[in-house]
Design a protein around this ligand. Structure first.
Ligand code: HEM
Length: 576
């Protein structure tokens, strides 16, 4: 008798030890929810049974109870105002959405029920909808979606997007950026109203022509390192994915321009920081695309929440350390009244530290802006550069034109860093960069939460009212494929950007950097960096792409990427 009891006890103790981690996680999740739930109202609860203890046992009673709770928690004076706004927005959209088309929807899941589950299927579905609602004869340029219970209007025409881009009121970002906020805080990308206005004014100085000239030196040095590293793969035979090489280069550039530190990721240093930035971006994407992750307990129960928090801590601690060190360095230098012209690096961080007292910025404010710069400034440019390499690798005639232009500038010299004068002469390369940003824009969509109503003219019906409080999605990738503005909308055709065509086109037909007061502050930085790195690559190598567009479809992650990487073969142009 004692033996079986002992065995059962041993088994139970073993089970408890094995599930200790899970129990600890559950305990943490419970504590998070207790804190979060303080922000909302809800029915009462008792230990063990929770709120179910109060649920009515018959169906009619339960339905009455549900309506009562809806009234109390959504409409009462002290209710969470968001619910009220949601009910109002939903009611208006139900009427207004009658005037526009969009994919079908079902209760609770909305249109997401019809979304293809595989990324290629989803991308093709999105393209089909854009063509149908954006380019058909009866197209209004608006499409309706229900993201679960939330109504969303997608904007597919540049002239409609102009209304939002031009507005100085509708500048608030939607909840799309909530997860990013946990990493980059309330920096320029996500802040709104007065905070955004004052930061935008301050940070505009960081992209002044003279500052860009300082950054240009860094782009040139890192571009040379990139071609030296790629040289090891340039055997003219074996294909490899070039995207990770470009990404490491743009990461090195952004660290040096943002913080004034070389992290040397192209040479394999600082692995921990590099992989934490990469992992945070991947997890943000997972969070955005699977709404079940929005439910905090699930996010943590799946382990992603802990992984996200851990990696955010690694990357933000790194930034905090750099800021601390840089501050000390500047203080010491000021005390000793030294000026080390030779090693003086004008990093973005230095500009913020210089403005710290005047603008009343805390160290954490500075950290947020440096991390915003890091977040926006490396994945986007690496995507733009990689796609340009990919397109030129598929179109030898265009690649030849780029190389002829580079040969005219540099002759036989493969080692000289490009000067500002050289860069002005790279006209055709710039056309190729712009055309790539049109066909595969790194940021394919942007979204806003409207703070005032917008009325969109309709070709056959009364104007469509998009009410304040609703979220809208500006479909940049669809806007830039409008056949009214681009004669070969779905092809890579650099002549779309020859001077005559460019002069004739409406400004809002081409918006890879968004437009208006909330446009990309880093666009000059991005174009300069792309031009310099691409000029190094095409000066030294002939590129052959192994996969072709549009068979290999670009997929929207946090930024647009080719689904299976960018497989290329490199051949040397010069005799080594
Ligand atoms: C090809 C490269 C790039 C593309 C296509 C791009 C695109 C965009 C777009 C579309 C927006 C608007 C986002 C929105 O409204 O939600 C944006 C905003 C922003 N971008 Fe870029 N970007 C690029 C490179 C950069 C770089 C290199 C930096 C910094 C060095 C940067 C910094 C920012 C910042 C700080 C914002 C927020 C501006 C504000 O809200 O005032 N971007 N970018």
């Amino acid at each position: 008798m004692i033996l079986p009891i002992l065995l059962i006890l041993t088994y139970l103790i073993y089970k408890i030890i094995c599930s200790r981690d899970k129990l600890l996680e559950l305990h943490k999740i419970r504590r998070i929810c207790i804190e979060e739930f303080k922000k909302f109202q809800g029915p009462p609860y008792v230990p063990i049974f929770g709120s179910t203890w109060y649920f009515s046992r018959d169906a009619v009673g339960l339905e009455r109870q549900r309506l009562g709770w809806q009234r109390d928690f959504a409409w009462s004076a002290d209710s969470c105002g968001l619910m009220k706004v949601w009910f109002e927005v939903r009611a208006i959209c139900k009427i207004e959405f009658e005037k526009i088309r969009g994919p079908p929807s079902v209760p609770v899941f909305g249109s997401t029920w019809y979304f293809k589950r595989d990324p290629v299927g989803l991308a093709r579905q999105g393209q089909g909808w854009s063509l149908d609602y954006g380019c058909s004869a009866d197209a209004s340029g608006l499409a309706k979606f229900w993201m679960g219970p939330l109504p969303i209007a997608a904007i597919l025409h540049g002239n409609i997007a102009k209304q939002i881009f031009d507005s100085s009121e509708n500048i608030t970002k939607s909840s799309q950026y909530n997860k990013v906020r946990e990493w980059i805080g309330d920096g320029l990308l996500v802040s709104t109203n007065e905070k955004w206005r004052s930061r935008r004014k301050l940070l505009t100085h960081a992209f002044h022509f003279k500052v860009l000239q300082q950054y240009q030196k860094i782009f040139c040095v890192q571009g040379k390192v990139l071609t030296d590293v790629l040289q090891l793969r340039a055997n003219g035979k074996v294909a490899f994915d070039i995207l990770p090489y470009i990404k490491r280069c743009t990461l090195d550039i952004i660290c040096e321009t943002a913080m004034g530190v070389s992290i040397g990721s192209q040479r394999g240093s600082n692995d921990k920081y590099v992989s934490s930035v990469k992992r945070v971006s991947e997890l943000i994407w997972k969070y955005e695309t699977y709404p079940i992750n929005w439910f905090k307990p699930f996010w943590y129960l799946s382990g992603r929440g802990y992984e996200f928090d851990k990696n955010v801590k690694i990357s933000t601690d790194f930034t905090r350390n750099v800021i601390e060190k840089r501050k000390l360095e500047l203080e010491n230098r000021n005390k000793e009244n030294q000026k080390d012209e030779e090693n003086e690096k004008l990093a973005f961080l230095d500009l913020l530290l210089q403005a710290q007292k005047e603008q009343n910025l805390s160290d954490e404010d500075i950290r947020e802006e440096v991390d915003t710069f890091m977040f926006e400034g490396h994945d986007t440019t690496s995507s733009g550069i990689t796609f340009t390499i990919w397109f030129l690798g598929q179109n030898p005639e265009y690649q030849q034109k780029v190389q002829d232009e580079l040969d005219e500038i540099f002759g036989e010299d493969f080692e000289r860093a490009p000067t500002s004068e050289d860069l002005k002469r790279m006209v055709y390369l710039e056309q190729c960069i712009k055309e790539t940003l049109r066909i595969t824009p790194p940021v394919p969509f942007v979204s806003r939460r409207l703070t005032e109503d917008v009325y969109v003219p309709h070709p056959t019906k009364s104007p469509v009212r998009l009410p304040a409080g609703m979220s809208i999605l500006i479909n940049i990738i669809a806007i830039m494929k409008d056949p009214r503005h681009f004669e070969r909308p779905h092809e890579f055709f650099p002549d779309h950007f020859d001077p005559i065509r460019t002069a004739q086109r409406e400004a809002f037909a081409y918006v890879p950097f968004s437009a208006g007061p909330r446009n990309c502050i880093g666009q000059k930085f991005a174009l300069l960096e792309e031009k310099i790195l691409l000029s190094w690559i095409f000066r030294r190598f002939i590129v052959e792409s192994q996969t072709k567009f549009p068979d290999e479809i670009p997929i929207a992650e946090l930024v647009l990427k080719p689904l299976n990487g960018t497989s290329v073969i490199l051949k040397n142009r010069q005799k080594l």
